[in-house]
Design a binder for this molecule. Structure first.
Ligand SMILES: [Zn+2]
Length: 386
Protein backbone atom coordinates (compact mmCIF):
# COMPACT_ATOMS: atom_id res chain seq x y z
CA UNK A 1 0.00 0.00 0.00
CA UNK A 2 1.05 3.61 -0.66
CA UNK A 3 -0.29 6.60 1.28
CA UNK A 4 0.12 9.77 -0.78
CA UNK A 5 -0.58 13.42 -0.05
CA UNK A 6 0.52 16.90 -1.18
CA UNK A 7 -0.13 20.59 -0.49
CA UNK A 8 -3.31 20.28 -2.52
CA UNK A 9 -5.31 17.44 -4.06
CA UNK A 10 -7.59 18.11 -7.02
CA UNK A 11 -10.10 15.26 -7.32
CA UNK A 12 -10.98 15.80 -10.99
CA UNK A 13 -13.98 17.92 -10.05
CA UNK A 14 -12.72 20.10 -7.18
CA UNK A 15 -9.94 20.69 -4.67
CA UNK A 16 -10.32 18.37 -1.67
CA UNK A 17 -10.13 19.75 1.85
CA UNK A 18 -6.69 19.81 3.48
CA UNK A 19 -5.21 16.79 5.21
CA UNK A 20 -6.50 14.12 2.87
CA UNK A 21 -4.48 11.04 1.93
CA UNK A 22 -4.90 8.82 -1.12
CA UNK A 23 -4.42 5.12 -0.43
CA UNK A 24 -3.20 3.08 -3.41
CA UNK A 25 -2.59 -0.65 -3.74
CA UNK A 26 0.33 -2.11 -5.69
CA UNK A 27 -1.71 -2.11 -8.92
CA UNK A 28 -2.36 1.63 -8.64
CA UNK A 29 -6.01 1.13 -7.64
CA UNK A 30 -7.30 3.72 -5.16
CA UNK A 31 -8.54 1.72 -2.18
CA UNK A 32 -9.42 4.75 -0.05
CA UNK A 33 -9.31 8.53 0.20
CA UNK A 34 -9.11 9.33 3.88
CA UNK A 35 -7.97 11.94 6.42
CA UNK A 36 -4.37 12.16 7.48
CA UNK A 37 -5.08 11.20 11.11
CA UNK A 38 -6.37 7.80 9.96
CA UNK A 39 -2.91 6.82 8.69
CA UNK A 40 0.35 6.13 10.53
CA UNK A 41 2.35 9.27 9.70
CA UNK A 42 5.61 7.44 8.97
CA UNK A 43 3.85 5.63 6.11
CA UNK A 44 2.78 8.81 4.33
CA UNK A 45 4.57 10.11 1.21
CA UNK A 46 4.37 13.93 1.15
CA UNK A 47 4.77 15.91 -2.10
CA UNK A 48 5.15 19.62 -2.82
CA UNK A 49 2.52 20.62 -5.38
CA UNK A 50 -0.93 19.56 -6.56
CA UNK A 51 -1.99 15.95 -7.03
CA UNK A 52 -4.48 15.36 -9.84
CA UNK A 53 -5.89 12.34 -11.69
CA UNK A 54 -4.07 11.32 -14.90
CA UNK A 55 -4.76 13.71 -17.80
CA UNK A 56 -7.11 13.02 -20.71
CA UNK A 57 -5.98 14.31 -24.12
CA UNK A 58 -9.27 14.54 -26.02
CA UNK A 59 -7.81 15.62 -29.37
CA UNK A 60 -4.71 14.26 -31.05
CA UNK A 61 -3.67 12.98 -34.49
CA UNK A 62 -1.01 10.41 -33.68
CA UNK A 63 -0.53 9.55 -37.36
CA UNK A 64 0.78 13.08 -38.08
CA UNK A 65 3.61 12.79 -35.53
CA UNK A 66 6.30 12.66 -38.23
CA UNK A 67 5.34 16.20 -39.33
CA UNK A 68 6.95 17.81 -36.26
CA UNK A 69 8.86 20.98 -37.26
CA UNK A 70 7.93 20.54 -40.95
CA UNK A 71 4.87 22.76 -41.31
CA UNK A 72 5.41 26.57 -41.32
CA UNK A 73 3.79 28.45 -38.40
CA UNK A 74 1.14 31.19 -38.36
CA UNK A 75 0.18 30.88 -42.03
CA UNK A 76 -3.54 30.35 -41.42
CA UNK A 77 -5.64 27.22 -41.77
CA UNK A 78 -5.68 26.91 -45.57
CA UNK A 79 -1.92 26.98 -46.07
CA UNK A 80 -1.48 24.78 -43.01
CA UNK A 81 -3.90 22.23 -44.46
CA UNK A 82 -2.22 22.31 -47.87
CA UNK A 83 1.21 21.77 -46.25
CA UNK A 84 -0.08 18.78 -44.28
CA UNK A 85 -1.59 17.25 -47.43
CA UNK A 86 1.74 17.80 -49.24
CA UNK A 87 3.92 16.24 -46.52
CA UNK A 88 1.77 13.63 -44.81
CA UNK A 89 2.80 10.79 -47.09
CA UNK A 90 6.31 11.72 -48.11
CA UNK A 91 8.20 9.49 -45.70
CA UNK A 92 8.49 5.74 -45.25
CA UNK A 93 6.12 3.88 -42.96
CA UNK A 94 8.91 2.87 -40.55
CA UNK A 95 9.71 6.54 -39.83
CA UNK A 96 6.04 7.23 -39.25
CA UNK A 97 5.91 4.30 -36.83
CA UNK A 98 8.98 5.54 -34.98
CA UNK A 99 7.53 9.07 -34.69
CA UNK A 100 4.22 7.71 -33.33
CA UNK A 101 6.05 5.54 -30.79
CA UNK A 102 7.99 8.55 -29.51
CA UNK A 103 4.82 10.67 -29.38
CA UNK A 104 3.04 7.95 -27.41
CA UNK A 105 5.96 7.73 -24.93
CA UNK A 106 5.98 11.50 -24.56
CA UNK A 107 2.26 11.56 -23.71
CA UNK A 108 2.84 8.84 -21.10
CA UNK A 109 5.69 10.80 -19.49
CA UNK A 110 3.50 13.93 -19.45
CA UNK A 111 0.91 12.23 -17.26
CA UNK A 112 -1.64 11.50 -19.99
CA UNK A 113 -3.63 8.29 -19.43
CA UNK A 114 -6.19 8.37 -22.24
CA UNK A 115 -6.37 9.88 -25.72
CA UNK A 116 -9.15 10.65 -28.19
CA UNK A 117 -7.18 10.21 -31.42
CA UNK A 118 -8.22 11.13 -34.94
CA UNK A 119 -7.19 8.62 -37.61
CA UNK A 120 -7.60 8.63 -41.37
CA UNK A 121 -5.62 5.42 -41.90
CA UNK A 122 -4.59 2.22 -40.11
CA UNK A 123 -0.95 3.22 -39.46
CA UNK A 124 -1.46 3.98 -35.75
CA UNK A 125 -2.92 0.56 -34.87
CA UNK A 126 0.38 -1.04 -33.86
CA UNK A 127 1.42 1.85 -31.59
CA UNK A 128 -2.01 1.90 -29.94
CA UNK A 129 -1.97 -1.85 -29.33
CA UNK A 130 1.41 -1.66 -27.60
CA UNK A 131 0.72 1.54 -25.66
CA UNK A 132 0.31 1.96 -21.90
CA UNK A 133 -2.29 4.64 -22.69
CA UNK A 134 -5.97 4.05 -23.45
CA UNK A 135 -6.89 5.15 -26.97
CA UNK A 136 -10.29 5.81 -28.44
CA UNK A 137 -9.84 6.29 -32.19
CA UNK A 138 -12.07 8.67 -34.11
CA UNK A 139 -12.07 7.37 -37.66
CA UNK A 140 -12.36 10.59 -39.60
CA UNK A 141 -14.58 10.82 -42.66
CA UNK A 142 -14.41 13.63 -45.23
CA UNK A 143 -16.83 14.39 -48.09
CA UNK A 144 -18.41 17.77 -48.69
CA UNK A 145 -20.27 16.44 -51.71
CA UNK A 146 -23.48 14.78 -50.40
CA UNK A 147 -23.42 12.34 -53.32
CA UNK A 148 -20.31 10.74 -51.82
CA UNK A 149 -21.93 10.02 -48.43
CA UNK A 150 -22.49 6.26 -48.83
CA UNK A 151 -19.20 5.67 -50.61
CA UNK A 152 -17.14 7.39 -47.91
CA UNK A 153 -19.12 5.82 -45.08
CA UNK A 154 -18.59 2.33 -46.50
CA UNK A 155 -14.86 2.93 -46.94
CA UNK A 156 -14.80 4.07 -43.31
CA UNK A 157 -16.39 0.79 -42.25
CA UNK A 158 -13.54 -1.12 -43.89
CA UNK A 159 -11.01 0.88 -41.89
CA UNK A 160 -13.12 0.47 -38.74
CA UNK A 161 -13.01 -3.31 -39.08
CA UNK A 162 -9.22 -3.13 -38.78
CA UNK A 163 -9.48 -1.26 -35.47
CA UNK A 164 -12.21 -3.66 -34.36
CA UNK A 165 -10.02 -6.68 -35.17
CA UNK A 166 -7.18 -5.10 -33.20
CA UNK A 167 -9.54 -4.78 -30.18
CA UNK A 168 -9.24 -1.01 -30.18
CA UNK A 169 -12.11 1.31 -29.28
CA UNK A 170 -13.33 3.43 -32.24
CA UNK A 171 -16.17 5.48 -33.65
CA UNK A 172 -16.65 7.67 -36.71
CA UNK A 173 -16.07 11.43 -36.70
CA UNK A 174 -16.77 14.05 -39.38
CA UNK A 175 -13.65 16.11 -40.13
CA UNK A 176 -15.13 19.63 -40.11
CA UNK A 177 -18.22 21.53 -41.30
CA UNK A 178 -16.39 22.88 -44.36
CA UNK A 179 -15.25 19.42 -45.47
CA UNK A 180 -18.16 17.15 -44.52
CA UNK A 181 -21.73 17.47 -45.82
CA UNK A 182 -24.55 17.76 -43.32
CA UNK A 183 -25.87 14.47 -44.75
CA UNK A 184 -22.64 12.69 -43.83
CA UNK A 185 -22.46 14.47 -40.45
CA UNK A 186 -25.95 13.19 -39.65
CA UNK A 187 -25.16 9.64 -40.81
CA UNK A 188 -22.01 9.52 -38.66
CA UNK A 189 -23.69 11.03 -35.65
CA UNK A 190 -26.65 8.62 -35.85
CA UNK A 191 -24.22 5.71 -36.19
CA UNK A 192 -22.45 6.84 -32.98
CA UNK A 193 -25.84 6.99 -31.25
CA UNK A 194 -26.58 3.38 -32.28
CA UNK A 195 -23.21 2.26 -30.95
CA UNK A 196 -23.34 4.46 -27.80
CA UNK A 197 -20.00 6.02 -28.72
CA UNK A 198 -18.77 9.63 -28.74
CA UNK A 199 -17.95 11.64 -31.84
CA UNK A 200 -15.80 14.66 -32.61
CA UNK A 201 -15.67 17.46 -35.18
CA UNK A 202 -13.24 20.34 -35.77
CA UNK A 203 -15.24 23.53 -35.25
CA UNK A 204 -14.66 27.17 -36.23
CA UNK A 205 -10.89 26.87 -36.27
CA UNK A 206 -10.70 29.83 -38.63
CA UNK A 207 -12.68 32.89 -39.68
CA UNK A 208 -12.68 31.39 -43.18
CA UNK A 209 -15.00 28.61 -42.01
CA UNK A 210 -17.71 31.09 -40.98
CA UNK A 211 -17.20 33.07 -44.23
CA UNK A 212 -17.74 29.85 -46.19
CA UNK A 213 -21.04 29.12 -44.42
CA UNK A 214 -22.28 32.69 -44.22
CA UNK A 215 -21.72 33.65 -47.85
CA UNK A 216 -19.68 30.95 -49.67
CA UNK A 217 -16.73 33.32 -49.64
CA UNK A 218 -13.29 33.54 -48.01
CA UNK A 219 -10.13 31.48 -47.98
CA UNK A 220 -11.73 28.03 -48.33
CA UNK A 221 -12.60 28.88 -51.93
CA UNK A 222 -8.83 29.08 -52.49
CA UNK A 223 -8.37 25.69 -50.81
CA UNK A 224 -10.86 23.94 -53.05
CA UNK A 225 -9.53 25.74 -56.12
CA UNK A 226 -5.94 24.71 -55.31
CA UNK A 227 -7.05 21.12 -54.76
CA UNK A 228 -9.05 21.26 -58.01
CA UNK A 229 -12.24 20.22 -56.27
CA UNK A 230 -15.51 21.59 -57.63
CA UNK A 231 -17.92 22.83 -54.95
CA UNK A 232 -20.64 24.06 -57.30
CA UNK A 233 -23.25 22.10 -55.35
CA UNK A 234 -22.44 23.89 -52.06
CA UNK A 235 -24.89 26.63 -51.05
CA UNK A 236 -24.22 29.14 -48.27
CA UNK A 237 -26.32 28.55 -45.15
CA UNK A 238 -26.25 32.31 -44.36
CA UNK A 239 -25.27 31.63 -40.76
CA UNK A 240 -22.11 30.54 -38.94
CA UNK A 241 -20.79 27.01 -39.53
CA UNK A 242 -21.75 25.78 -36.06
CA UNK A 243 -25.28 27.16 -36.32
CA UNK A 244 -25.56 25.53 -39.76
CA UNK A 245 -24.58 22.02 -38.68
CA UNK A 246 -25.51 21.61 -35.02
CA UNK A 247 -29.04 20.32 -35.64
CA UNK A 248 -27.56 17.47 -37.75
CA UNK A 249 -25.55 16.22 -34.75
CA UNK A 250 -27.50 13.58 -32.80
CA UNK A 251 -28.33 15.18 -29.44
CA UNK A 252 -27.91 11.82 -27.68
CA UNK A 253 -24.21 11.56 -28.55
CA UNK A 254 -21.30 13.01 -26.57
CA UNK A 255 -19.89 15.35 -29.21
CA UNK A 256 -16.55 17.12 -29.07
CA UNK A 257 -16.26 20.48 -30.80
CA UNK A 258 -12.56 20.99 -31.37
CA UNK A 259 -10.90 24.45 -31.40
CA UNK A 260 -13.88 26.89 -31.27
CA UNK A 261 -11.46 29.71 -32.01
CA UNK A 262 -14.04 31.79 -33.86
CA UNK A 263 -17.19 30.80 -31.95
CA UNK A 264 -19.38 33.73 -30.92
CA UNK A 265 -21.61 34.01 -27.88
CA UNK A 266 -24.61 33.53 -30.16
CA UNK A 267 -23.03 30.30 -31.45
CA UNK A 268 -22.48 28.97 -27.91
CA UNK A 269 -25.98 29.81 -26.79
CA UNK A 270 -27.71 28.45 -29.90
CA UNK A 271 -25.65 25.22 -29.97
CA UNK A 272 -26.13 24.55 -26.25
CA UNK A 273 -29.90 24.93 -26.63
CA UNK A 274 -30.07 22.41 -29.49
CA UNK A 275 -27.57 19.90 -28.06
CA UNK A 276 -26.90 19.23 -24.37
CA UNK A 277 -24.04 16.75 -24.83
CA UNK A 278 -21.53 19.11 -26.40
CA UNK A 279 -17.96 19.22 -25.09
CA UNK A 280 -15.74 22.12 -26.12
CA UNK A 281 -12.10 21.16 -26.68
CA UNK A 282 -9.34 23.75 -26.38
CA UNK A 283 -6.07 23.17 -28.28
CA UNK A 284 -4.37 26.52 -27.60
CA UNK A 285 -0.87 25.64 -28.79
CA UNK A 286 -2.21 24.51 -32.17
CA UNK A 287 -4.33 27.68 -32.45
CA UNK A 288 -1.23 29.81 -31.90
CA UNK A 289 0.80 27.66 -34.31
CA UNK A 290 -1.75 27.93 -37.12
CA UNK A 291 -3.84 31.09 -36.62
CA UNK A 292 -1.84 32.90 -33.87
CA UNK A 293 -4.96 33.47 -31.82
CA UNK A 294 -6.93 31.76 -29.06
CA UNK A 295 -10.63 31.12 -28.51
CA UNK A 296 -12.46 33.35 -26.05
CA UNK A 297 -11.97 30.92 -23.16
CA UNK A 298 -13.66 33.17 -20.61
CA UNK A 299 -16.75 33.39 -22.85
CA UNK A 300 -16.89 29.57 -22.98
CA UNK A 301 -16.56 29.40 -19.18
CA UNK A 302 -19.20 32.11 -18.63
CA UNK A 303 -21.62 30.16 -20.86
CA UNK A 304 -21.09 26.94 -18.83
CA UNK A 305 -19.53 25.09 -21.78
CA UNK A 306 -18.09 21.74 -20.74
CA UNK A 307 -14.40 22.27 -21.56
CA UNK A 308 -11.80 19.63 -22.38
CA UNK A 309 -8.17 19.95 -23.52
CA UNK A 310 -6.32 18.53 -26.50
CA UNK A 311 -2.83 18.72 -27.90
CA UNK A 312 -3.78 18.37 -31.57
CA UNK A 313 -0.89 16.82 -33.53
CA UNK A 314 2.86 17.39 -33.78
CA UNK A 315 2.14 18.98 -37.18
CA UNK A 316 0.88 22.02 -35.21
CA UNK A 317 2.52 21.62 -31.82
CA UNK A 318 6.01 21.14 -30.40
CA UNK A 319 4.96 18.79 -27.64
CA UNK A 320 2.03 16.51 -26.76
CA UNK A 321 1.50 17.74 -23.23
CA UNK A 322 -1.75 18.73 -21.52
CA UNK A 323 0.08 20.71 -18.83
CA UNK A 324 1.70 22.80 -21.58
CA UNK A 325 -1.73 23.54 -23.05
CA UNK A 326 -2.82 24.73 -19.61
CA UNK A 327 0.32 26.87 -19.27
CA UNK A 328 -0.37 28.51 -22.63
CA UNK A 329 -3.93 29.43 -21.64
CA UNK A 330 -2.70 30.84 -18.33
CA UNK A 331 -0.01 32.90 -20.09
CA UNK A 332 -2.38 34.35 -22.71
CA UNK A 333 -5.44 34.92 -20.55
CA UNK A 334 -5.07 36.41 -17.09
CA UNK A 335 -7.16 35.30 -14.11
CA UNK A 336 -8.27 32.07 -15.73
CA UNK A 337 -9.45 29.59 -13.10
CA UNK A 338 -6.94 26.79 -12.42
CA UNK A 339 -9.80 24.66 -11.11
CA UNK A 340 -11.69 24.99 -14.43
CA UNK A 341 -8.58 24.02 -16.42
CA UNK A 342 -7.79 21.04 -14.18
CA UNK A 343 -11.36 19.79 -14.50
CA UNK A 344 -11.11 20.14 -18.30
CA UNK A 345 -7.85 18.15 -18.23
CA UNK A 346 -9.26 15.30 -16.14
CA UNK A 347 -12.92 14.61 -15.31
CA UNK A 348 -14.53 16.36 -18.30
CA UNK A 349 -12.28 14.52 -20.77
CA UNK A 350 -13.02 11.18 -19.12
CA UNK A 351 -16.74 11.93 -19.18
CA UNK A 352 -16.63 12.86 -22.88
CA UNK A 353 -14.96 9.55 -23.76
CA UNK A 354 -17.32 7.61 -21.46
CA UNK A 355 -14.42 6.57 -19.21
CA UNK A 356 -15.47 8.31 -15.99
CA UNK A 357 -16.16 5.00 -14.22
CA UNK A 358 -12.42 4.46 -13.98
CA UNK A 359 -10.57 7.61 -15.08
CA UNK A 360 -10.57 11.36 -14.44
CA UNK A 361 -11.53 11.22 -10.76
CA UNK A 362 -9.65 10.48 -7.53
CA UNK A 363 -12.12 8.23 -5.77
CA UNK A 364 -12.22 4.82 -4.11
CA UNK A 365 -12.07 1.90 -6.57
CA UNK A 366 -10.74 3.97 -9.47
CA UNK A 367 -7.43 3.46 -11.22
CA UNK A 368 -7.14 6.93 -12.70
CA UNK A 369 -3.37 7.43 -12.47
CA UNK A 370 -1.94 10.21 -10.29
CA UNK A 371 0.00 13.28 -11.44
CA UNK A 372 1.97 15.75 -9.36
CA UNK A 373 1.87 19.30 -10.68
CA UNK A 374 4.85 21.41 -9.60
CA UNK A 375 5.86 25.02 -10.26
CA UNK A 376 3.68 28.10 -10.55
CA UNK A 377 0.96 29.67 -12.73
CA UNK A 378 1.83 29.49 -16.43
CA UNK A 379 4.99 27.47 -15.71
CA UNK A 380 3.70 24.22 -14.31
CA UNK A 381 5.40 20.89 -14.90
CA UNK A 382 4.02 17.41 -14.33
CA UNK A 383 5.43 14.24 -12.82
CA UNK A 384 3.72 10.84 -12.79
CA UNK A 385 3.20 9.50 -9.27
CA UNK A 386 1.18 6.41 -10.20
ZN1 LIG B 1 -7.24 18.26 -35.23
Amino acid sequence: MRYITANQIFSGKEFLSDNMVIVLNQDGLITDVTTINQVESSNIEYFEGIITPGFINTHCHLELSHLKNLIPQKTGIVDFGLAVIKHRNDIALEFKQEAMLQADKEMFSQGIVAVGDISNTDVSIQTKQQSKLYYHTFIELIALNPERTSLVFDAGKQLASQFENAHLSWSFAPHAPYSTSVELIKKISDDCFELSKPTSIHNQESKAENDFFNSKSGDYLRLYKTLNISIDYFKAFEKSSLQSIVSYLNAGVNTLLVHNTFSSEEDLKMASTVHQKLFWCLCPNANIYIENTLPNVQLLIDNDCMLTLGTDSLASNFQLSIINEMNTIMKWISNISLEVLLKAATYNGAKFLGLEKNLGLIEKNKKCGLNLIEGFTGNYTVKKLA
